[in-house]
Design a protein around this ligand. Structure first.
Ligand code: NAD
Length: 467
């Protein structure tokens, strides 16, 4: 039921934005409905018994190929959820202008019920089923990690693909989010959380925006509350704490939260959580076993980074944050969104806020197809040019350039610097484009404006192929 609401919410948000576009109802319907969803039931022999698993891969749009989107492992996964998530992928890719259609996959499983070796066996079987139907393919459908999956699963998927198609020179590009030793890209694991940081920074670069949201000054020292300390939540929290001097006052997990009004040390609480499976007993803050009301606690910025539908019509009235940044997909229901908009709570929507993951997946996919690391060709040439420039400046001025500047110039950019630079540019531009559309078209909020930007771009793309 909750997941039906998720798909329903996504469709209602789509319809709301339509009134700000010139898209005809028939084209709108074509864009809105999922192209196809494949359901698969497959068996794996484990613990002396055949276990039947159910999984899905939904392709929402193919106006660009490959279609792109993560695979999640979750016991509550359903077809409706996968279709909603695939639709969000379509809109997200359009907003950050990566040439992909939208897709998503899921396997109904609790990963904690199985050992790593068993998960590998299950993943390989699932991958075989998807690969033989081209639902994993470098040119047609490229998954990535999501809830409950990580670089490990992506490495197994890539390996299965390579076994089935040993002569495909682009085999590694069949999946992103791989380990760096297996064709992955530095900076992909942190990318979604990093993108959340970059878009929050961009929001605070616009005085009008943060003043309108009720802030008096910039990002420094803002009190942040985060739900979910998984891949996305952990990286967002860590960077905002360490690099932007924000105070992370609360981190919620499914089995309790940790609070500290002076700010939590994210690295330390993460370590504690990894070692003990809970924040209980962590000396960094106060443990709170009951998290049900914590989304409504006093803070400046709320970052839901766990799952969908956590802010609904019941708790939306009580939210105290001035800004909500949707690091998770679909954390706010349609009804809650309406309430929060009426209460003038600013929301940076999921289709912008968490697009950093697919942005860096795009870089990884390009790198796999190019078969060369970013910056490889130009690095030494750039160093030579900088050395020449420094020598010319020193000769002309008669003074030595300080060593620290020299080193920075000559060392040049590493691959991680280039990845972060590309990601930062995409997140800034996405925010600026959506903001501009909101102002020019007198759209009441960023979410509706983000949908409009996405829908207009997708409609043009359908138009040019004659639909
Ligand atoms: P993850 O599995 O690494 O982390 C999710 C975390 O949320 C886990 O630590 C889990 O214990 C916690 N959690 C689950 N239920 C909770 C609850 N009720 N209250 C508090 N915490 C809870 O997953 P992730 O990759 O970090 O994804 C999180 C969200 O971000 C999802 O909505 C996902 O679709 C979205 N997202 C992820 C990526 C990515 O690159 N991984 C990209 C875009 C969007």
């Amino acid at each position: 039921m909750a997941n039906q609401n998720f798909l329903g919410s996504t469709n209602k948000l789509f319809d709301q934005a339509l009134s700000y576009t010139d898209i005809s109802p028939d084209l709108a319907l074509r864009i809105r409905v999922s192209n196809s969803t494949y359901t698969i039931n497959f068996g794996v022999k484990l613990r002396d018994k055949i276990h039947t698993f159910t999984g899905w891969r939904s392709v929402h749009s193919e106006h660009f190929e490959p279609a792109k989107g993560g695979i999640r492992y979750d016991i509550n996964a359903s077809q409706e959820e996968v279709e909603a998530l695939a639709a969000l992928m379509t809109y997200k890719c359009a907003i950050i202008e990566v040439p992909y259609g939208g897709s998503k996959g899921a396997l109904r499983i609790n990963p904690k019920d199985w050992t790593k070796a068993e998960i590998e066996k299950i993943t390989r079987r699932f991958a075989q089923e998807l690969i033989k139907r081209d639902l994993i393919h470098p040119a047609q459908n490229v998954p990535a990690p999501d809830v409950g999956t990580s670089a490990n699963e992506m490495a197994w998927i890539a390996d299965e693909y390579r076994r089935i198609y040993p002569t495909d020179i682009n085999a590694l590009a069949c999946v992103t989010g791989k380990p760096t030793e297996k064709g992955g890209l530095v900076g992909r694991a942190e990318a979604t959380g990093r993108g959340v940081q970059y878009i929050i920074r961009e929001f605070f670069r616009h005085d009008d925006d943060y003043l309108k949201a009720g802030f008096r000054d910039g990002l420094k020292n803002k009190k942040i509350s985060i739900q979910g300390l998984g891949n996305v939540g952990y990286h967002a929290a860590k960077f905002l704490q360490q690099e932007d001097e924000c105070r992370i006052v609360c981190v919620m997990e499914y089995n309790g939260a940790i609070l500290n009004p002076d700010g939590l040390d994210i690295e330390k609480i993460k370590q504690h959580y990894l070692e003990h499976g809970s924040f209980e007993g962590c000396p960094e803050g106060k443990f709170e076993p009951n998290t049900s009301e914590l989304l409504c606690m006093e803070c400046d910025i709320l970052i839901p980074a766990a799952k969908e539908n956590v802010i609904d019509e019941f708790n939306a009235k009580e939210i105290k944050a001035k800004l909500i940044v949707e690091a998770a997909n679909g954390p706010i229901t349609f009804e809650a969104d309406e309430i929060l908009n009426k209460r003038n709570v600013t929301i940076i929507p999921d289709i912008m806020a968490n697009a950093g993951g697919v942005a860096v997946s795009y870089f990884e996919w390009i790198r796999n197809i190019r078969h060369i690391r970013f910056g490889r060709l130009e690095k030494r040439r750039n160093a030579f040019q900088f050395e020449t420039l420094i020598a010319a400046i020193e000769t002309m001025t008669g003074k030595d350039m300080p060593e620290k500047f020299k080193e920075q110039f000559i060392e040049g950019a590493n691959e991680i610097d280039l990845v972060r630079s590309g990601l930062d540019d995409m997140m800034r531009e996405a925010y600026q484009k959506v903001r501009q559309s909101m102002i020019e078209n007198k759209i009441p909020n960023l979410r509706t404006a983000a949908y409009k930007v996405a829908l207009d771009r997708i409609a043009i793309s359908y138009d040019t192929i004659g639909l």
